[in-house]
Ligand binder design. Sequence first.
Ligand code: SF4
Ligand code: SF4
Length: 714
Amino acid sequence: MLALASVKTRPVFWGVTGGLKLLWYVLAVLSVVVFLYGAARPFAKYRHGRGGSWPPAHELPGRLWRALLVVLSHRTIRRRDGLAGVGHMLVFYGWVVLFAGTVVLGIDTDITHPLFGVNYFKGNFYLGYKEVLNLLGTALVVGLVVLMVRRGLVRPRKLSYVRPDRAPGEPGFDRRVYRVGDWFFVGTLLVIACTGFLLEGVRIAMSHPGYGGTQFGGWVLAQALSGVSYGALADLRHALWWFHGLLAISFVASIPYTKATHMLESFLALALRDEQAGRRLPAIPPERAQLPAGYGALQDFSPLHLLQLDACTKCGKCHDACPANATGRPLSPRDVILELREQQNHAAQAAGIGGVLGGLLGREDDAHFSTPVIGTDGVRIETIWSCMQCNACVEACPVGIEQAPIINQLRRRAVEDGELDANLQATLEVIHKSGNSFGENRRRRGRWTRELEFAVKDARKEPVELLWFVGDYASFDPRSQRVTQALARLLHHAGVDFGILYDGEHNAGNDVRRAGEEGLFEALAEDNIETLSGCEFERIVTTDPHSLNTLRNEYPELGGSWRITHHSELLLELIEAGRLELEGRLGYRVTYHDPCHLGRMNGEYEAPREILRSLGCTLVEMPRNRDNSFCCGAGGGRIWIPDTPGCERPSENRIREAVALGELDYFVVACPKDVTMYEDAIKTSGNAERIALRELTELVEQACVGLHEAVAAG
Ligand code: SF4
Ligand code: SF4
């Protein structure tokens, strides 16, 4: 019997003879070659993407560092799914440390010891190594069990791969093959980890059966094997060593070809992601100006978007967050990504190994990447138009995939091909002609000011402190006009020097762009930028989060860069500065809906809540609040498209969520489109007796000291 306890080390090739040792090295090298080919292969695919470029190289170190911090903290994985976060974290750290431990051992065995006579794998180093690896190996097993329990017993909705855009019986309806792949992945890792412990147990049973610190897994197994003869143990160890080793190197070789590829691709996607994804959609690159707009085939994609298709881990967080999916529409952002990934893989397979090598060497043959991606067998047109461009998917994705911008690119091509809803097309034409989505004569844009007791300045004619970009709904919709007038009175009462653009204002273009009409967006933005550039003001205020988003995030690329404020922020400033004095406490019990374009896309959550507190209202939060807010259904041009028959309206779904909170006085909003959507939904969902809608400004107006007297005095 080998007295390993006195040596304080363990032999690596214990009982493995020269020929077998050579075979082991050949297989290990082969696995690395297969791994490297698999890891390089996707980059041949990404070279076909002509619709954009990679982020600049000088940003790479910073991007990699930030991605590493996200991975180490696991914050994007833990968010809104603690069980998955804990399970994945245990697996991640267990796998990383065991892999690193194998590399450390390999360096000693194959490099420092034979070449330089330096053998560090012994003594206290070995004991510490053993403790750490046993602990993290246990973490790996526990983590895998957690993930298996979640997948097999808890079975969250997001892990069902049933496609909402396919009917039962259609190819790929339930994507069973993905489930098999997922189980194979976790199962293989579990077998590798368990055979590692088993190997340790046999080794302890053969050498020194005493308890050795955190060797508890192996020690327990060693006790179970205490009656087995040394020869039988040696045979068992030999078989296990080969089984465990071959499985481990096969797993390494398979990483780029299986679900495990997310270890590589997801990290890269996280590092290279566009931090502004969704809130700033990309302009058409000048070199593609003469080509059809958007994504019609894989060769139209940016290389980063092609990489993102591979990076999806199928976690389903976007599937869960998507309001279109939650209300029964044929859209799951995850399934759009997976559908496109499958098409990409088919194209790469059709190109064959010659295509891969040619691609890696820079000889691109796009033949297989020019097949249309939109169609009955691809991403369906009704899927593309179900999207509300609310960005919930982008915000939820733990690995930085840009589902909404990709869908927007598909829309650009659909618009180009005339594949859009007739109502939407009519509205876009109306906007093109009149500059607003109501089709009103542009001279009527400022008519709401006529009912005020004071004149509102024309910011084109005289300097103002605050330029108010009013937006279409706040200018033309009769219900929202009341809010607009209330805000004007509050600003006047507070002594704010403000003005509007009257007929010089055009639709800001945010939703036109998200509907895929890039050319019209550019025309609208250029008109607005030209008008705004001729005015003198300190900052812009708007009540419309959609306008705010495009003015703040998209106009700068077109030459219009100003400070943009939402009216909730402005009202809070005026209240805090004492320029608007609020009386007593309103005492209402209210809930507040975060508009997607204000909260999730522009990070403004506190100002409306602060105002509600100042008003003495009790704020009861809906379960889906702040960055997890649920879209009203108006975004991405959906407000101009009729409801999908047989599907719940997202606005009604949201009102039901609010009503479930118990007795409430008001459903408070801070967006003119929300005023329209929710006022309607309160009625159509049958809740008119239970809850009423108020725009934030209306509550401030109600509580403002002296305002009503001033209005009465004219
Ligand atoms: S943007 Fe919103 S509606 Fe569109 S896919 Fe993403 S989550 Fe769904
Ligand atoms: S796109 Fe992102 S959030 Fe959606 S399933 Fe894939 S990894 Fe998860």
